[in-house]
Design a protein around this ligand. Structure first.
Ligand SMILES: [Zn+2]
Length: 429
């Protein structure tokens, strides 16, 4: 057994209290062994003037979209997808997806994210990049059947199920999978009925976009006379394993249903603001008992993968949505980005205690913008940025030490992504 002691700092505990403590990690099992006055440990990671917190969880993302960061902005969702994003994505090769995913992983590790959920294509490339990077992920192949003939629609669904079966548990268990139909309006009912059943058979969860815009809700209500989450529930895709992105235009009935089933909602405030999708009723969802996580969505609609921005946006937008400055307090935002995210993705992470996965971020509190410290949790939500993360640890392995990424070659990845992105833009013209 090799042990790592993260020493000399303060620790954010599961109840969000903070105290001076060390964290001892078993690097072989990847779990936290002890929190407090621990044994010395074989290796030491300095945490002086720093806060050791659970690694952040980005519960909804399209990692390889980093290649399209800043490619098209300032348009409504529909026009943005159809005129810019889908044509450019149509040009992405396996190598491009790999390059974009690696760039995303460098950005995540630098900003303290240790787990993420990803919906995209060329998933085997993404799984390999995750294995190399050392983070934890729930990956899936995104399915769209609108505009496809039956054969193509079946192939797309089959690929999503096959990838989920084949890659679940790879990278020493750090990679998990899900069946990922894009949304309730972009995948036909007959396919959802059949393939959600297959996901259950193979014991993988379902992840999809839901209630993101009004344009996505109205057709379902008009055609079926029921709310989208009720429709999804009829299809069996709202179980306690499943998680859906956005939930912007959801009502009380849907919140009660989500809470009763135990499904999670991934709130993506920056994407919702940028695409003017609306304000998710996060406080109302939490009050109803729904587990809410945070996600950045793709880098083309954010435009970064820094979850500290999401923490702040969630707390701010939650207040506007509820018309109440007491809504979505700092504690709620921090909880959503850590324990809430881990619960949504089904990982035993998101809190620092004995026996839990050692997925951690060490945040440097010595910067002027984090001085003085009246309240650590307030700073995490309102004042810290991803650039304040000093060390990132996942599964007991140090992925970044003193702001140097250890597992990936950052300079080479940046250069490669730059040239790949330029070529994609040229082909998409
Ligand atoms: Zn998305």
């Amino acid at each position: 057994m090799t042990t790592l002691r993260i020493a000399g700092g303060r620790v954010l505990h599961p109840d969000l209290s903070v105290s001076e403590a060390d964290v001892l990690v078993d690097q072989h099992s990847g779990e936290v062994l002890d929190v407090g006055e621990t044994e010395p440990g074989d290796e030491r990671l300095d945490a002086e003037e720093s806060l050791v917190m659970p690694g952040l969880v980005n519960a909804h993302c399209h990692a390889a979209m980093t290649l399209l960061r800043g490619y098209a902005d300032d348009k409504p969702l529909d026009a943005w997808l159809q005129e810019d994003i889908w044509p450019a994505e149509g040009e992405l090769t396996e190598g491009d997806v790999r390059a974009g995913a690696e760039l995303a992983l460098v950005e995540m590790i630098r900003t303290g994210t240790t787990a993420f959920a990803d919906m995209y294509f060329h998933v085997p490339e993404i799984a390999e990049a995750v294995e190399e990077a050392g983070v934890r992920a729930r990956l899936g192949h995104g399915v769209v059947t609108v505009g496809k003939d039956d054969g193509d629609a079946y192939r797309d669904n089959d690929e999503s199920i096959e990838v989920a079966r084949e890659y679940d548990g790879v990278a020493g268990g750090r990679v998990k999978t899900a069946y990922m139909p894009h949304s309730l309006t972009t995948v036909g009912e007959e396919y959802l009925r059949e393939f959600v059943g297959k996901a259950r058979e193979y014991d993988v969860p379902v992840h999809f976009h839901a209630n993101e815009t009004r344009d996505e809700v109205d057709p379902i209500v008009d055609e079926r006379g029921e709310r989208p989450i009720e429709y999804a529930d009829d299809l069996g895709m709202v179980t306690d394993e499943d998680f859906l992105a956005h939930g912007v235009h959801t009502d009380e009935t849907e919140h009660e249903l989500l809470a009763a089933r135990g499904a999670s909602v991934v709130h993506c405030p920056a994407s919702n603001m940028k695409l003017a999708s609306g304000m998710a009723p996060v406080q109302a969802m939490r009050d109803a008992g729904v587990n809410v996580a945070l996600g950045t969505d793709g880098a083309a609609s954010n435009n970064d993968l820094d979850l500290f921005d999401e923490l702040r946006d969630a707390a701010m937008l939650g207040k506007l949505a509820a018309d109440d400055a007491a809504a979505v307090p700092a504690e709620a935002a921090v909880e959503m980005a850590t324990a809430g995210g881990a619960e949504a993705l089904g990982f035993d992470s998101g809190r620092i205690e004995e026996g839990v996965n050692a997925d951690l971020a060490v945040v440097d509190f010595s910067a002027p913008h984090l001085t003085p410290v009246h309240d650590y949790v307030s700073h995490l939500a309102y004042a810290a940025t991803g650039g304040d993360v000093r060390h990132t640890v996942c599964d007991g392995e140090v992925l970044m030490r003193d702001r140097e990424v250890q597992t990936l070659d950052e300079a080479a990845i940046r250069e490669h992504a730059e040239s790949r992105a330029a070529a994609v833009a040229e082909r998409a013209e």
